[in-house]
Design a binder for this molecule. Structure first.
Ligand code: NDP
Length: 434
């Protein structure tokens, strides 16, 4: 805390991992002796830069851009870019730290990074988005590259924004290389990249339920968010016969007690990805109830799948969910459960799957996009979906292996932290104190 004063979210992320890694180092003192975990609490570097751009009225704006290159112990830096205002550096530090562990779990050679800007894309014209992306990349291009740091999307940054940034990168560097992932499919993007995080969550849920001798079919799932992760998770869950009963955005949530149908999901995709509309409109169009200004956590469900934002499930939300029968908590978003909520969930022996394991499917397919770019070929949707499923199965096996307690209870959080740490830590041991 002395080295990072006031960085609340970063302290939260480090504390969450430390809870499992400190007891592990007690039993494996070489990691403590070489100060591996302490070294991981400082990013390799943090880059902060000015982004000046002109809006459609000719007014000039100045924003702040960031890139945090957290660790390249096991591969080049890799992590998303977030456009959101306000945007605290502490949040990005937390996410970059988490990303190092998540990327390790995928089994692919990728280090951890995160970036973004305090730019609010809402209400901006397409031209303004393009201008901002270009100006952001003009500066960022100095620090990234296919063997150095490969950014991807995150909140506020989807295929459109990545493609504008890729265009600018290509122009500045005068080369066509896989320096960004999440690009359009016709110019180097991977099939199922945009679906991968959400689909991966659904696959993980299936593996976890199977482990617990249960089935996904017929289970009620409360989902938050209506973005890239939420909608693709909903799509796969509905396809697999789960009852998805909520969807939300920052203005409120929609309640569908009988579960969304495939037709509803199609409409939702058009509304959010093509028309960039609000879910209040979705409720109106589909005749569903809409709760303005509320989160979906008071609704009875078997499974909670938060897919919106950090700290969206508070301790009292977790208690309400448990009281209403929720038995499984799977983090689709990054750190959506507060530390108090995680404690409550685990103390009541409910199943908790942390984001670094649950939502790793997106970065995994980003890793596969990089491979395709290097090999100058494109895998089919079926091949990629199969690889995604295999990667999620491997992550599940890892977190069960390191998370199983003596009494048979699986502490998936511990399993994810230790499984991820080991690979990074061993690489750091081998490379010495660089
Ligand atoms: P999107 O920008 O596509 O969607 C975010 C969704 O969350 C929107 O529906 C947004 O609503 C909602 N939201 C934002 N802020 C709040 C809030 N304060 N309260 C309630 N809802 C809110 O982002 P993604 O789907 O890509 O990302 C969602 C989460 O998943 C993030 O935590 C991200 O870091 C994580 N993640 C994303 C990956 C990816 O591949 N995209 C990979 C792994 C993790 P509104 O439109 O009103 O703002």
């Amino acid at each position: 805390k002395e080295r990072h004063p006031g960085d609340r979210e970063f302290h939260q992320a480090v504390f969450e991992v430390a809870q499992d890694i400190i007891p592990f180092m007690d039993k494996n003192p070489i990691y403590r002796e070489k100060r591996i975990f302490e070294r991981l609490t400082e990013a390799d570097r943090i880059i902060i830069f000015r982004v000046t751009w002109e809006d459609d009225q000719g007014v000039i704006h100045t924003n702040r851009g960031y890139r945090i290159q957290h660790s390249n112990a096991i591969g080049p830096y890799k992590g998303g870019i977030r456009f959101r205002a306000p945007l605290r550096l502490s949040v990005l530090k937390a996410l970059a730290f988490e990303q190092t562990f998540k990327n390790s779990l995928t089994g692919l050679p990728m280090g951890g990074a995160k970036g973004g800007a305090n730019f609010n894309p809402k209400g901006k014209s397409d031209r303004e988005i393009m201008k901002f992306c270009q100006q952001y990349m003009t500066e960022l291009s100095r620090y990234i590259g296919p063997n150095l740091d490969i950014p991807a999307g995150d909140i506020g940054v989807g295929e459109r924004e990545i493609s504008y940034m890729f265009g600018q990168y290509k122009k500045i560097k005068n080369e066509f290389s896989g320096a960004l992932t999440g690009k359009g499919v016709s110019f180097g993007g991977s099939l199922i990249r945009k679906e991968a995080t959400g689909y991966g969550c659904a696959y993980m849920l299936e593996f976890v339920l199977k482990e617990q001798n249960q089935r996904l079919e017929g289970k009620s799932v409360a989902v938050s968010g209506a973005g890239n992760v939420a909608i693709h998770a909903i799509e796969k869950l509905v396809n697999k016969g789960a009852n998805v009963i909520t969807v939300s955005d920052s203005s409120g949530f929609v309640y569908a007690p009988k579960g969304l149908a495939e037709k509803d999901v199609e409409e939702l995709k058009i509304l959010k990805f093509e028309k960039r509309g609000r879910i209040s409109q979705f409720a109106k169009d589909r005749g569903l109830r809409y709760f303005s200004g509320k989160k979906p956590w008071a609704v009875p469900c078997d499974i909670a799948l938060p897919c919106a934002i950090q700290n969206e499930i508070s301790d009292s939300d977790a208690k309400t969910l448990i009281m209403n029968g929720c038995r499984f908590f799977l983090e689709g978003a990054n750190i959506p459960c507060t530390p108090e909520a995680v404690h409550t969930i685990m103390a009541s022996k409910r199943v908790f799957i942390p984001g670094k394991a649950a939502n790793a499917g997106g970065v995994a397919v980003s890793g596969l996009e990089l491979t395709q770019n290097s090999m100058r070929l494109s895998w089919t949707e079926e091949e990629l979906d199969l690889r995604l499923k295999e990667i999620m199965a491997d992550i599940h096996a890892t977190i069960v292996k390191y998370g199983r307690e003596h009494d048979g209870y699986v502490n998936y959080k511990k399993g994810a932290n230790i499984g991820a740490f080991l690979k990074v830590a061993d690489a750091m041991l081998s490379c010495g104190t660089v």
